[in-house]
Design a protein around this ligand. Structure first.
Ligand SMILES: *[C@@H]1O[C@H](CO)[C@@H](O)[C@H](O)[C@H]1NC(C)=O
Ligand SMILES: *[C@@H]1O[C@H](CO)[C@@H](O)[C@H](O)[C@H]1NC(C)=O
Ligand SMILES: *[C@@H]1O[C@H](CO)[C@@H](O)[C@H](O)[C@H]1NC(C)=O
Ligand SMILES: *[C@@H]1O[C@H](CO)[C@@H](O)[C@H](O)[C@H]1NC(C)=O
Ligand SMILES: *[C@@H]1O[C@H](CO)[C@@H](O)[C@H](O)[C@H]1NC(C)=O
Ligand SMILES: *[C@@H]1O[C@H](CO)[C@@H](O)[C@H](O)[C@H]1NC(C)=O
Length: 357
């Protein structure tokens, strides 16, 4: 495919004279333009939904608070500042329309990203090794979770971002970017479900949440732990693959452009959620998640009108419920989707059924 690569037009794009943004379009993915130093390197697509990783402060090198209004950094600039990535991979960028901070986003974004990623990574014969996603950290876990449940192949999809703007005295985004690419090209990263590469650690998208509003060590799967870590910029995996999150479902959203609305109700003293059974009577599925930082609520011995999400946080359960309703699942099927892993674990094996029934 690359026999005529050197003869194709090359356009320098501010990445240094050794880099060319050549029109070496793959026949299957004509919209991708590869930034490449070496056409034998694996290909990685950057799904760019921006965020702090591409933010700059116009105040000071210590500003990690008020940088939102600084002049934005381009993907070319971060590649220029992390030029080592081009020794690892050829890169192509697909940028998605995002306005305002990541808190203003909705599920149209993950539907769009996953449709591109499925086309690029999961079509038969695709020569693309993996994908990475830049995303604002406030809602990274939602968009990443949506992609994780809808990407239909075993190739690595690695979400990353930053807690510090690119202008900080030691920006975390540049290192996170390198580590995400190193993960995306790693054969050992396949067959694990979507991953987050952030602050020297690899976690499973399925179980990860942002645990700190300010510091770089923020994405954690507090209960399930790290999938791996980085040494010398390279990923080290603690467990062999395949190793998927238990009971992670898959939904096809090839033709979906919008998802049904699902809201989150927050329970607290003086505001019990006793009304939930009424929602079930009206045919409205309601999923209960623990308010604790991690862990799970557990269903009772008999099936009730409120469904319990197996080890999912509220933002994740919300997206899974949207996908389940969109897929046309009945109330009973939705209950099974969320609860049956817990029911099987708690109530099915002997002698447990003797203890409870
Ligand atoms: C920072 O940038 C914003 C818009 O990008 C501008 O309104 C503001 O005046 C700038 N501040 C400084 C100190 O340059
Ligand atoms: C590095 O990033 C800064 C913005 O933070 C940008 O001004 C500069 O051009 C980048 N360097 C390269 C080589 O692209
Ligand atoms: C999906 O992403 C593409 C590529 O950035 C963009 O052109 C398109 O407008 C997006 N669609 C929606 C519905 O956001
Ligand atoms: C989601 O966000 C996109 C981009 O801002 C917007 O065009 C679309 O109308 C939004 N969809 C919903 C359901 O709010
Ligand atoms: C791909 O999609 C099919 C049909 O929806 C599903 O059964 C299968 O589990 C999916 N594979 C992956 C790796 O998600
Ligand atoms: C999506 O739409 C195409 C074209 O109408 C159709 O061939 C395909 O079966 C649809 N896929 C799903 C999963 O609905």
């Amino acid at each position: 495919m690359f026999t005529s690569w050197k003869s194709l037009a090359a356009v320098a794009v501010g990445l240094g004279s050794f880099v060319s943004q050549a029109n070496c379009e793959t026949p299957e993915h004509p919209e991708l333009t590869w930034i490449s130093e070496d056409p034998t390197l694996p290909k990685v697509v950057i799904y760019n939904a921006r965020g702090t990783i591409l933010s700059a402060s116009n105040y000071s090198r210590l500003d990690n608070v008020n940088y939102g209004s600084g002049p934005p950094v381009t993907v070319d600039q971060i590649i220029g500042n992390v030029s080592e990535v081009l020794k690892l991979a050829q890169l192509a960028v697909v940028s998605f329309p995002v306005s305002g901070g990541s808190a203003g986003l909705n599920s149209s974004l993950f539907l769009n990203i996953t449709q591109y990623a499925n086309r690029h990574l999961c079509t038969e014969g695709s020569d693309i090794a993996g994908g990475i996603m830049f995303h604002g950290t406030n809602t990274l876990e939602e968009t990443a979770f949506g992609v994780d449940l809808t990407l239909n192949c075993s190739k690595p999809f690695v979400a990353t971002g930053a807690m510090r703007p690119d202008t900080y005295i030691s920006p975390d985004g540049r290192s996170n970017f390198f580590q995400a690419v190193a993960t995306a090209i790693s054969p050992a990263a396949r067959d694990r479900g979507g991953l987050i590469a952030f602050n020297d650690r690899i976690t499973s998208i399925y179980y990860s949440t942002k645990t700190n509003a300010n510091t770089p060590d923020t994405f954690k799967a507090l209960e399930q732990g790290n999938v791996g870590a980085f040494l010398g910029g390279q990923p080290y995996f603690y467990y062999t693959a395949p190793s998927y999150p238990n009971h992670r479902p898959h939904f096809d959203v090839t033709n979906t452009t919008e998802l049904p609305s699902v809201i989150i109700l927050y329970g607290h003293p003086n505001r019990g959620l006793r009304c939930l059974a009424h929602l079930y009577e009206q045919g409205i599925p309601t999923v209960s998640v623990t308010r604790s930082v991690t862990g799970t609520g557990a269903p009772g011995t008999t099936e009730g009108p409120v469904f319990y999400a197996t080890y999912l946080g509220g933002p994740q359960a919300r997206i899974m419920l949207q996908l389940a309703i969109n897929a046309g699942l009945t109330l009973d099927e939705i209950r099974d989707l969320f609860e049956s892993p817990l029911r099987d674990a708690i109530y099915a094996p002997a002698p447990n059924n003797e203890w409870y029934y």
